[in-house]
Design a protein around this ligand. Structure first.
Ligand SMILES: N[C@@H](CCC(=O)N[C@@H](CS)C(=O)NCC(=O)O)C(=O)O
Length: 232
């Protein structure tokens, strides 16, 4: 029997976006509850997720929180193209490779995004963006050498993209806005990280990644949240 699933989400949140991508890739039917993050969480929502964060997933009667765990749970509960099971031939190794890729993205890359976005325009931003771009070249580029177009030569998204795509689509969009990243950022990536460039552009065309994506709204919201609209 199909599970009854409710996703508590905010479309602006990249962590919650991961769950949207997983559910869509798995073609699972689900209900959506939008949580307004601009106001304090209701007692009803805190009863579901005492941390008050999105996403939260209610799967039949079970509550799951923390986006990485939600995606992994969905992938494990519904074996698919996203990831092999650990007992399938090659499964344990594929899972290790995907875990390493996702760990690298978040420990080496994502942590450098905020300083680059937040930096004052000019030399400071150029420097922070170069640090971010150099880390992509050093850490991520080699892991995508056999992407085809997706992780490990897959023609369809894998769990590696489920966990990273919402951040990658933001990076490419923010790269088009000088106040967030300098104009040199995307051309340097295209030149120095061609595997990443091809992979990133391929995943931003996938329907499961774009169906709730509102580039203008997220970009403007990020500029406001970082207080960059007040910069002269
Ligand atoms: N580690 C959490 C992070 C989730 C998270 O930070 N969500 C933000 C929105 S992007 C949130 O709910 N913020 C609400 C708040 O801080 O009040 C996950 O991966 O699920």
């Amino acid at each position: 029997m199909a599970p009854k699933i409710t996703l508590y989400t905010s479309y602006a949140c990249p962590w919650a976006h991961r769950s949207q991508i997983a559910l869509r890739e798995l073609k699972l039917a689900f209900q959506t509850e939008i949580i307004d993050l601009k106001v304090p969480r209701t007692a009803e929502y805190l009863a579901i997720n005492p941390r008050g964060l999105v996403p939260a997933l209610v799967y039949n009667d079970e509550v799951l929180t923390e986006s990485a765990i939600v995606s992994q749970f969905l992938v494990d509960a519904h074996p698919s193209h996203l990831e092999k099971t650990s007992s399938e031939p090659g499964g344990a190794l594929q899972r290790a490779r995907i875990n390493f890729f996702v760990d690298t993205y978040f420990s080496k890359i994502n942590s450098l995004s905020y300083p680059a976005l937040k930096a004052a325009r000019g030399e400071e931003k150029e420097k922070a963006a170069k640090t971010l771009g150099d880390a992509i070249v050093k850490e991520i580029e080699p892991l995508l050498k056999d992407a085809g177009p997706f992780f490990g030569g897959s023609e369809r998204l894998t769990l590696a993209e489920v966990q990273t795509a919402s951040f990658v689509i933001r990076l490419l969009s923010f790269g088009k806005v000088d106040i967030l990243l300098p104009p040199s950022f995307l051309p340097a990536l295209e030149k120095d990280a061609p595997n990443f460039w091809k992979w990133a552009n391929a995943l931003t065309k996938e329907e499961s990644v774009t169906y709730i994506w509102d580039e203008k709204k997220v970009t403007e919201g990020t500029i406001t949240r970082l207080g960059l609209n007040k910069q002269v």
